[in-house]
Design a protein around this ligand. Sequence first.
Ligand SMILES: Cc1cc2nc3c(=O)[nH]c(=O)nc-3n(C[C@H](O)[C@H](O)[C@H](O)COP(=O)(O)OP(=O)(O)OC[C@H]3O[C@@H](n4cnc5c(N)ncnc54)[C@H](O)[C@@H]3O)c2cc1C
Length: 405
Amino acid sequence: MAKNKTPHKSQHSDQAKKTYQTIVVGGGLAGLAAAFALATNGLKVAHLAPTPPPDSRTSALMTPSVKIMQDLGLINDPGKIGVPLEKIRIIDATNRLIRAPEALFHSSEVGEIAFGWNFANSKLSKQFAPLLKGQKNLDHIAESAIQMTRSGENWDLQLSDNTFISAPLIVGADGKSSFVRQSVDISIKQTMHKQSALVCDLTLSRPLEGESVEYHYPNGPFTLVPAGGNKANLVWVDNGDILEDVKKLPSAEIVKILQEQSQNLFGNLTLDTGVFVFPLSSHHAQNMGCNGVVLVGESGHAFPPIGAQGLNLSLRDVKDLVTCIRQNPPESQKSAANWANKVANAYDNCRAGDIRRTSTMVDTLFKSLLSEILPAQALRTGGIWALKSIPPLRKHAFRLGMGSA
Ligand SMILES: Cc1cc2nc3c(=O)[nH]c(=O)nc-3n(C[C@H](O)[C@H](O)[C@H](O)COP(=O)(O)OP(=O)(O)OC[C@H]3O[C@@H](n4cnc5c(N)ncnc54)[C@H](O)[C@@H]3O)c2cc1C
């Protein structure tokens, strides 16, 4: 991968090269949402999206994020492809000296019919992708970006088929190891966790009835998320080597372990899919925009799936990017490069606070869940007691978790 610290004249100016106002790099959910939102806001967009591998993850998207998708025109009725999350039950499954009480929280307490909806990522992609095809000012290109160089007003991108495209504004939505982020030398602060997350789909003997059930074990939470009827999506955070060993077991053995972990509360379980293990890491970029380049989604921030924040934060990235473009339309600046720089700087300012707050919240939550230190356990237990017994605090905490505080 070529880096480009100093903008220099492109070596391939004589080659045919299509120019856009913006190029969105990445066909994950953040990239799909960004490409669609920018095209519907009038920009001429290239969406660089090689076909991604199947995504076995599910995403709990909070009510404010669902509203963002509705406002952007990405979905109408969330109930058509998602399942409402009406209640959250927390069960302390540790043998610690200081244990938290079991707690059940209802979305009605924050005046909502649901905290959010649980969506299969594959269903969201299937919902978003056809919408992009209908946009006249959006070209979908199923190639990867392999080189990024500065050429006058624009960034030139060399693609995996050795063609070139260019634009003044580049949106890096290309995931954790972002090529775009590395090409412009935006550094990240990263922590690799020893935990991974195991995900699979299950059928339970009785329905979760809109309740997300979180068992807090010493190495991380084991969460059953309602997926409609007797179906559930499991997100189990534990030490990576333990989960890799579980993954290798025959299905019957895996089911036995999952049944024990769920304390047999949901009777016999059936495994509906394979099990997938995701190594966990956290990072946030030193800035989210500069020099005509912006980062959205996991190219700019990633966390363990605790408190379901990753894609929620990415949708807020897209919403703020649209706001910055509306406030700084291309015709408001003398040159395309000035416009792209202005958007990138405005976006960086706009996103800094939310990303810092969310990263700190997830980090604190993750540490408090795993901590073997007595004062930390006492604090966490006290926190859950306080949430259980002080309604205004509970409301505030849930608003914060939903991204609307
Ligand atoms: C187990 C688990 C559970 C989760 N649960 C939740 C949840 O409940 N709620 C929530 O909000 N979030 C959740 N998340 C987080 C959420 O899934 C991610 O934040 C989100 O899917 C990331 O989307 P993305 O588009 O930023 O990245 P990705 O999905 O990684 O997409 C990046 C895309 O960029 C493409 N790409 C890479 N390099 C290039 C290149 N050079 N050129 C072109 N394309 C390129 C890749 O092919 C890929 O398609 C969870 C994550 C995990 C691991």
